[in-house]
Ligand binder design. Sequence first.
Ligand code: HQG
Length: 181
Amino acid sequence: MNEKTAKTVSKFLSLVLRHSPEKIGLKLDENGWADVEELILKCSKKGNHLDAELLDYVVENNDKKRFAFNEDKTKIRASQGHSISVELNLAETEPSEYLYHGTVGKFMESIQKEGLQKMSRQHVHLSKDKETAVKVGSRRGIPQILTVRSGAMHRDGFKFYLSENEVWLTDEVPSKYIEFK
Ligand code: HQG
């Protein structure tokens, strides 16, 4: 399988399964699932060739395991990262004492004031290790890594969820739980 093709498919799937299914006339159910046959048909109709083999490959080999099939592989969804409202039905999970968030310098003043907000997504995204946070921050420039006192937040009643591909999700991180340094 050509890695470049797989990356292009992954980007396209992120677009239609997280943000804009209407771009190809696709419907997601309330839990974010798309019908696999419909997805293949509608992608191909819009000139983005997709078949079952390519889809399998992308789901299996995606660097961040961004997508998951249901049990009988008739449905597929993004495991996190949505901007459209979907109910992922993730179980609340107790986080470790610290989680990390990668961002960039230009957002720091605002984050210091308002804490971490979901912005255009459904959750604030956090990582269990600094390395992952560095990668996330690097998408936008020189990464700045924030340490989130997730254990303290949890004890104070904030809820945390772990996506199927191990991204930590929460609704917001007030500034007082962030270590800026
Ligand atoms: C920042 C990728 C100003 C926040 C990654 C971030 C992740 C604020 C940006 C996933 C702010 C939002 C999500 C505030 C937060 N004021 N800026 N109060 N609160 N921000 O893309 O976490 O590769 O929505 O720091 O790996 O960067 O697509 O969130 O810079 O898991 O699978 O606002 O996307 O995954 O940006 O990334 P995003 P994110 P994929």
